[in-house]
Design a protein around this ligand. Structure first.
Ligand code: PEP
Ligand code: MN
Length: 349
């Protein structure tokens, strides 16, 4: 249910509506728009009597939300959600680029990568400190040491950092270091974890499960929003199919469909979606053309020596060239991607 307030409704009138929603045992989620405020009502709504609310001062009308994902739906929030991290806006006209290695392997590996992606124009540095690996014998990440290295890279390069949190107990620790908490594909339906990140005020990058529908992804986002954390971005990272030439099948459809269904920013991850560095640039360009708000791309200074996901990691030079292409694709679809002016090396006369 949505209670649409009049454009000139007062803070006191909005407050009274919120209090009444709480009185009937439901949860009010006020959404303050540029023009007007709406109060989304979710949870226990059996005692919700639309006519009683309609008569309250400042209320214009009551509408229902047909989608099962109430707070994530565009019906409840027609404007795009914009997540602001100091100078970086996610969900606005600017394209946001997240880049970095699959895993934080060492201080020198991360700092070298951070330097390269920053110089190429990336906004956010990625790197897993806690890795969800299919085999218990594979590299599991550096843990806390990895978080400390990420924080050092943020200090040096002024990049925001995103890293995965794998369980609810680790949320406070990871939230202390990371600017964005990543929920991996394997944990998209870990409801305890979704509840835990719903309670912290850190943006969340929620990756689509490898066998999950778009609706399931949006329902998982709903858990986080219902917990009170409205800073959620959705990430398409490929789904499993019968096709074997790529690691996953990049569901490019998800980009415009999620944008239509939801106000949340949509990030595309062509690295995990394809599993092949030689295919990543084409799919990165396609994702921007399809309307993605940003990309997550794995970059490694020496992919052949990477401890995870080497085959899909771009070398820094390939990433830098891709950024130039993305700038042009962004402009073609009325988006922007500002890149730093390259540092000229050698004799420039
Ligand atoms: C990752 O981003 O490194 C990762 C593990 O991704 P996903 O959860 O999409 O497999
Ligand atoms: Mn990876």
């Amino acid at each position: 249910m949505i209670i649409v307030m009049k454009t000139n409704s007062t803070a006191a009138e909005i407050g009274a509506v919120i209090a009444r929603v709480q009185d009937i045992g439901a949860s009010p989620h006020p959404i303050y728009g540029a023009e007007r405020t709406v109060v989304a009502v979710v949870g226990e709504t059996r005692a919700f009597d639309p006519t009683a609310f309609k008569q309250m001062p400042g209320v214009e009308r009551i509408t229902s939300i047909s989608a099962p994902f109430k707070l994530a739906s565009r019906e409840s929030h027609p404007d795009n959600t914009i997540i602001q991290l100091n100078d970086v806006r996610i969900g606005g006209p600017e394209i946001v680029i997240i880049a970095g290695p699959c895993s934080v392997e060492s201080r020198s590996q991360l700092l070298e990568t951070a330097h390269a992606v920053k110089e190429a124009g990336a906004h956010i540095l990625r790197g897993g400190a806690f890795k969800p690996r299919s085999s218990p014998y594979s590299f599991q990440g550096l843990g806390l040491k990895g978080l400390e290295i990420l924080a050092e890279a943020r200090e040096i390069y002024g990049l925001h950092i995103v890293t995965e949190v794998m369980n609810s107990q680790a949320v406070p620790m990871v939230a202390e270091y990371a600017d964005i908490l990543q929920i991996g594909a394997r944990n998209m339906q870990n409801y305890g974890l979704l509840h835990a990140v719903g309670r912290v005020q850190r943006p969340v990058l929620l990756k689509r499960g490898m066998m999950s529908s778009m609706e399931e992804l949006l329902m998982s986002a709903e858990y986080i929003l219902a917990g009170g954390n409205y800073k959620v971005m959705l990430c398409e990272r490929g789904i499993r199919s019968f096709e074997k030439y790529t690691r996953n099948t990049f569901d490019l459809n998800a980009v415009p469909v999620l944008k239509q269904l939801s106000h949340l920013p949509v990030i595309a991850d062509p690295s995990h979606a394809t599993g092949r560095w030689d295919v990543v640039p084409a799919m990165a360009r396609a994702a921007i053309a399809a309307g993605a708000d940003g990309l997550m791309i794995e970059v490694h200074p020496h992919p052949s020596r990477a401890l995870s996901d080497g085959p899909q990691s771009l070398k820094p030079q390939v990433f830098a060239e891709l950024m130039q292409q993305l700038k042009r694709v962004a402009a073609a679809v009325d988006r922007t991607l500002e890149l730093p002016t390259p540092v000229l090396q050698g004799d420039v006369r």
